[in-house]
Design a protein. Structure first.
Ligand code: RNT
Ligand code: ZN
Length: 414
């Protein structure tokens, strides 16, 4: 018997069908963020990253052009099993030579090359308006700015993005999740908190007043607790985002780097599912602050995965990665994060949630703890290897050889 067959038998002993787990994982789409490939810079401006977010490190080889980014994405995709979606930001528009249009005027045609890329690979596309790294967002105020001109510019930008999102959905045949995140906030204690929030509310209402197909475009709204240089106040706080999403009938999005350090998103998912038909997640790893470290197979990632799977609502949850590490090989950073999250989901899919729930309801917490701990040494690694085999990707660290070769032959020459 090979390792997978042995594992299959052992899991069957606790009522777990490994074939079902494998099929579930194979059909769970994870949205991979293009912005890990070039430190969130994109192709529509010359300046650096702003908006209270930060990449650190200067590892050589970052993608400088659409072609380089696509090649890097392809290499990463070739080492990641299962179903993927491509997550784009508006600043990754691809203009013709000599062409430039500002963000309040971008159109589907500026993303045609990305649509071709996604279609050739049988993938859907998710999208994000880019409300940072731009002269109109120089002071990190966009949709809540007191300056009407600035607000108008960004309202128009997000409207363009809704139209582009619908184009993605229509072209790929897969709904597009369009996530609105803006940096808006203040470094120091604001004199007026309500004003900015009322302006943001009105701006979002204006944006959502355009006609679009809600079956094709899922608009999500991401909250945040603070940004760098914006430590005292964030307009789109958790309470603002949740209340707005509930009232407007859009989808709330939680990024697990966006809460106070002792809060965990794993604890929040079920409360959200109790009230919303859909939920968006940005999976990241925050170390002491919203540092956007590469996702690893750590306790919180596993607990988030457990909550997603145990809810029985995985298809209602749009799962995306969101981190940016410039201190290690950027292609490897994608692969490590994607594979780690998939491992976490697989472990959750190999857990007898119904039986554990029964023990909880019977008040048998001793047996529950005993079984939960025993399960930790079950052979999930053998099932992971089978997942990789069925996906046609390397099952172990051998994938790293491909990265080393690519670094030597391609990245180091940039
Ligand atoms: C920032 C948010 C947001 C961004 C991306 C690039 O704190 O997490 O999701 O990371 O839009
Ligand atoms: Zn995020």
């Amino acid at each position: 018997m090979n390792a997978y067959d042995l594992a299959k038998e052992q899991y069957a002993g606790i009522g777990i069908d490994t074939e079902k787990a494998l099929n579930d994982l194979l059909s769970t789409p994870i949205s991979m963020h293009c912005w890990q490939g070039d430190d969130v810079i994109g192709f529509d401006h010359d300046g650096g990253l702003s908006g209270g977010i930060q990449t650190t490190g200067n590892y050589p080889g970052k993608a400088r052009t659409p072609e380089e980014l696509m090649a890097d994405l392809d290499l990463a995709f070739s080492l990641i099993g299962g179903k993927k979606k491509l997550n784009l930001h508006a600043n990754y528009a691809i203009f013709e030579k000599g062409e430039f249009v500002d963000r309040d005027r971008i159109e589907p045609k500026h993303f045609r090359k990305w649509v071709e890329f996604a279609k050739e690979r049988g993938m859907g596309i998710d999208f994000n308006p880019t409300l940072f790294s731009h002269e109109m967002a120089a002071d990190s105020l966009t949709l809540s700015s007191p300056d009407e001109k600035v607000r108008r510019f960004w309202i128009d930008h997000v409207k363009c993005c809704i139209r582009i999102s619908q184009y993605f959905a229509e072209e790929t045949g897969i709904p597009c999740v369009m996530n609105i995140w803006m940096p808006d906030g203040y470094k120091d204690v604001p004199a007026d908190r309500l004003g900015p929030r009322m302006r943001l509310k009105a701006a979002l209402d204006d944006i959502l007043s355009i006609p679009y197909d809600r079956e094709k475009v899922y608009v999500t709204l991401e909250s945040k607790v603070f940004g760098i240089g914006l430590e005292s106040f964030t307009v789109c706080s958790a309470e603002f985002a949740l209340n707005y999403a509930a009232k407007a009938g859009i989808v709330p999005l939680m990024d697990n780097g966006h809460y106070h350090p002792t809060e965990v998103v794993s604890e929040k998912i079920s409360s959200m599912l109790a009230f919303y038909p859909k939920l968006g997640l940005h999976i990241t790893r925050s170390v002491r602050w919203d540092s956007d470290h590469v996702v690893r197979l750590d306790d919180e990632t596993k607990e988030i995965a457990k909550e997603i799977v145990a809810s029985g609502r995985i298809s209602d949850i749009a799962i995306a990665l969101d981190y940016f590490d410039a201190s290690i090989n950027r292609v490897a950073a994608w692969v490590i994060g994607m594979r780690s999250l998939q491992k976490a989901l697989l472990i959750a899919m190999l857990t007898p949630h119904a039986e554990f729930t029964k023990l909880q309801n019977e008040g048998n917490f001793t047996k529950l703890m005993a079984l939960q701990e025993e399960l930790k040494s079950f052979p999930s690694g053998a099932v992971w290897a089978e997942f990789c085999r069925r996906s046609g990707v390397p099952a172990d660290a051998k994938w790293f050889d491909t990265i080393e070769k690519y670094e030597k032959e391609v990245l180091s020459k940039r």
